[in-house]
Design a protein around this ligand. Structure first.
Ligand SMILES: [Cu+2]
Length: 322
């Protein structure tokens, strides 16, 4: 029994769809998804992967099939029939990619707006600060903004501050050649390594001191520019415990490649403990600084507590000092 070609086409179509759908979910190309928002980006990526797998298999399949089917046979030196153009076919192969591209763009736009409550309409009005006018890099930043100068620096990508619910953790991020500095305004901690509690909404308020840098944590599927004189605000919720690399993703100078640090996602308890340790450490530093600058106490008074430890008679010390 000869199977008609339409049945073959249908069977091959079903097989290609199944393979594409499977591969779109099992390509294993993405790193761990460590934030809740990562799921959105991965959904988009997997959809594109499914479509591209299907297109790849169709194109390569037809190519290999035709090369084999219409190969030159021994002793046959004739040419094939001359075919010029096929309007319905051309309309079809223009329409299909157009629909696919349109669909992906609508989907990606939807993901973009869902990420950290981005408000596309206000993004154009991101103002720059007055002090920023005199900063290095302000010329670059100014071209990005069409608002009048002198406005108060405000959330760049988000809806206005008063309209969004408060985040659980706010972190001020400063990018500079060639490091990241994180300040936790609630506790006053300043550090070079970012610690985040699992499951808490994190709000990043970011700027740069010199040139444009970019905050990139592949596991969070987040990449955002840090621009001198402007505040970029974005939000995410870390969901998977682990150490991740924060990488500068904007060529910012000769040591750009070394501009990376660690992001530690930990349990809220571990996060609280880390905060305590940071506070104690900075308190110790402060105490030392005070001790090094005794101010209005005399050197004798300052040194006396140490004399016992050193086995020196305070009287002797007094003599030496004189
Ligand atoms: Cu950089």
């Amino acid at each position: 029994m000869k199977i008609p070609s339409s049945i073959w086409t249908l069977l091959i179509g079903i097989l290609l769809t199944l393979i594409s759908l499977w591969y779109g979910q099992n390509h294993g190309l993405l790193p761990t998804a460590a934030s809740e928002e990562a799921t959105l980006v991965d959904g988009l990526f997997n959809t594109m992967m499914t479509i591209s797998t299907g297109i790849f298999l169709i194109v390569e399949g037809v190519l290999i099939y035709c090369a084999w089917k219409y190969r030159q046979r021994a002793g046959d030196n004739t040419d094939g029939p001359p075919i010029e153009g096929n309007v319905p076919l051309e309309i079809l192969w223009t329409a299909i990619p157009a629909i696919i591209v349109l669909g992906i763009s609508v989907y990606s736009f939807d993901v973009y707006t869902s990420l950290s409550g981005v408000d596309i309409h206000s993004a154009h009005q991101a103002p720059i600060t007055q002090e920023a006018q005199s900063m290095p890099g302000s010329a670059m930043a100014a071209t990005l903004s069409d608002s009048s100068p002198g406005d108060i620096a405000q959330a760049d990508m988000l809806m206005p501050e008063q309209e969004r619910p408060p985040a659980d953790v706010v972190i001020n991020v400063m990018g500079l050649q060639y490091a990241w500095i994180f300040t936790y305004p609630e506790s006053g901690i300043t550090t070079g390594e970012m610690h985040l509690p699992i499951g808490k909404k994190v709000e990043i308020k970011m700027t740069a001191t010199d040139v444009i840098h970019a905050f990139w944590v592949p596991e969070f599927r987040l990449k955002q520019d840090a621009i001198p004189g402007r505040e970029s605000v974005f939000r995410f919720t870390p969901k998977t415990e682990g150490d991740y690399a924060l990488i500068c993703a904007e060529l910012c100078g000769p040591y750009h490649g070394a501009m990376r640090t660690q992001v530690v996602v930990e349990t809220p308890e571990a996060f609280a403990k880390w905060q305590q340790e940071q506070l104690v450490a900075s308190q110790d530093e402060l105490n030392q600084a005070v001790a090094m600058n005794p101010g209005d106490i005399s050197p004798d008074e300052f040194l006396t507590p140490y004399t016992q430890q050193m086995g020196v008679n305070p009287e002797v010390l007094h003599q030496i000092h004189k």
